[in-house]
Ligand binder design. Structure first.
Ligand code: NAD
Length: 483
């Protein structure tokens, strides 16, 4: 299969924080892969902007190293890297001072798309927005991209939204949640709204429950200081899992356009029930041979931050009342695996009696091995009567679509190109983020007020035993976390 590369307009992309970890691991290698795919027009440029003294050549060496280390498998012709590096420039800048701004103003060109990626701490978002405006670097068609975390509660998210809204319209602000850029997440929408098969069944009449799992094998590692102030609820649930939940639960938008999709997602967040404390399990990983415990890693023997969370959610609307959503995410678990599973109800009458399991499950795997699997009931082959078994109709993208799907564009590449195209469908709107915090805040405040202590769980396990109980109470089971 030959992939279709849709050309974008020429651009100047400024990466504030262009020497940071995110730029090195994701943004720059992602741009290089788009360049290799022929999607970066001739006269486009990438301008790294960060603290510290570096000249253009120094930055090109930095970018070359980042591409070599994180560029991925996609093959590029010899000499391609040189062509990419020619498009790089660097400005040493201070977001909070005057250094570098007039130099940047001289570099920017008229008549190309201007995008400014704020890959810096959120405490600098307001300063950058103000200085961009002060130095006349933006106009109505300029775009800004902001990274997570977008606030740590409703008040701070509102303050960030206000800081940005002082200089930019909502239509210019691209809040990244890289989960929305994943191939399978978009496929979730294609499966739901591109087939007659599923949507008629996509409601509480036919769906027993839904599971969303994002399991990681890694611990907090070098991010301990940041993570300990955040925890799984702020770091994963409020943004990534909430976005996945919205895409599964939303009503069909009238068209695939940014506001139609985001209006429907917002309605889901607003319809979420408050969560009962006994419907949440918080966990923290313990030490195992050769690996430190969470508390050792973050250097606080009394830390009460959760590295794992499982919860049961209800949505109070006509489509979903009565169908629970079970969410779980955690670090140092048995396998790295992210998937969404729609578990359909049992047949209300089986003509085969007790001959087998009749339940259908639709599983959407985000990673690894992106794909979709539908469990269907068939007759077990061979003699011996009508014995039924459940077998997967499995569509691995890599198998079905060949080489293109084996190395699909990384979420960041896709999202950056969407910024250049001016398409906000896969970015969070300000009101969505605020609604998600408005739902999250009372839960976190409740833990703080009660002095809630997370349960410990063994590293390399499937999480705390209480999470198993959470479903067992409803006579349900989690899907196995397997790679
Ligand atoms: P980092 O600490 O590695 O890099 C920070 C960058 O900001 C550096 O280039 C530094 O020079 C620049 N900077 C700092 N102060 C500045 C100032 N006053 N003026 C101009 N530049 C300044 O950070 P990072 O890990 O690259 O993260 C950047 C942002 O992306 C953060 O908001 C982070 O939360 C978010 N994020 C990072 C990751 C990741 O994997 N690293 C993932 C998701 C979100």
């Amino acid at each position: 299969m030959v992939s279709r590369v849709i050309p974008v307009e020429a651009f100047d992309l400024v990466i504030f924080g262009g020497t940071g970890d995110l730029a090195r691991r994701k943004i720059l290698p992602g741009l290089f892969r788009r360049y290799c795919a022929g999607q970066m027009p001739e006269n486009s440029r990438v301008i790294g902007a960060a603290r510290g003294d570096m000249d253009n050549d120094g930055y090109r060496a930095f970018v070359a190293e980042a591409v070599r280390e994180f560029g991925g498998r996609r093959s590029c012709e010899d000499g391609t890297l040189d062509g990419f590096l020619e498009r790089m420039a660097f400005v040493s800048i201070d977001a909070r001072g005057e250094k570098g701004w007039s130099e940047m103003a001289e570099l920017m060109r008229p008549d190309v798309v201007r995008a400014f990626y704020f890959s810096v701490a959120p405490s600098l978002f307001g300063d950058l927005a103000e200085r961009l405006n002060q130095h006349g670097l933006t106009d109505d068609s300029s775009r800004i991209v902001v990274e997570k975390p977008f606030g740590r509660d409703l008040d701070s998210a509102r303050a960030l939204n206000r800081d940005l809204a002082a200089y930019f319209d909502e239509g210019q602000i691209y809040r990244i949640d890289h989960y929305l850029g994943k191939e399978t997440v978009q496929n979730l929408m294609a499966v739901r709204f591109g087939n007659m098969l599923f949507e008629p069944l996509w409601n509480s009449q036919y769906v027993d429950h839904i599971q969303i799992t994002v399991a990681e094998t890694v611990g907090v590692g070098g991010r301990g200081e940041y993570y300990d102030k955040s925890g799984a609820m702020r770091d994963m649930v409020q943004n990534h899992l909430m976005q996945l939940l919205c895409l599964i639960a939303m009503e069909p938008p009238s068209k695939f356009d940014p506001d139609a999709v985001r209006d429907e997602k917002l309605k889901v967040i607003r319809a979420l029930d408050p969560v009962e404390p006994h419907h949440i399990v918080r966990g923290q990983y313990d030490a195992t041979e050769g690996a430190e415990s969470y508390r050792e890693e973050v250097g606080d023997p009394r830390s009460r931050t959760e590295s794992y969370i499982a919860m049961k959610l209800g949505i109070s609307n006509w489509r979903w009342a009565g169908t629970p959503f079970y969410l779980r995410t955690g670090k140092r678990l048995k396998a790295r695996s992210s998937e969404i599973t729609i578990v359909f109800k049992e047949l209300n009458h089986s003509i085969f009696g007790e001959a087998g399991d009749h339940r259908n499950e639709l599983s959407i795997r985000l990673q690894p091995n992106e794909g979709i699997e539908l469990g269907v009931t068939i007759k077990e082959p061979g003699p011996g009567g009508m014995r039924l078994i459940n077998v997967p109709l499995d569509m691995s993208f890599a198998q079905a679509l060949g080489a293109d799907a084996e190395d699909p564009p990384d979420a960041y590449e896709r999202l950056i190109m969407d910024v250049i195209r001016g398409n906000q469908t896969l970015f969070m709107r300000g009101d969505e983020v605020e609604a998600a915090w408005a739902w999250t805040d009372p839960i976190i405040n409740g833990w703080d007020a009660r002095g809630d202590v997370p349960k410990t769980y063994e590293s390399g396990s499937e999480g705390p035993v209480d999470a198993v109980q959470l479903l067992a109470r409803d006579t349900r089971v989690w899907r196995k976390v397997s790679p």
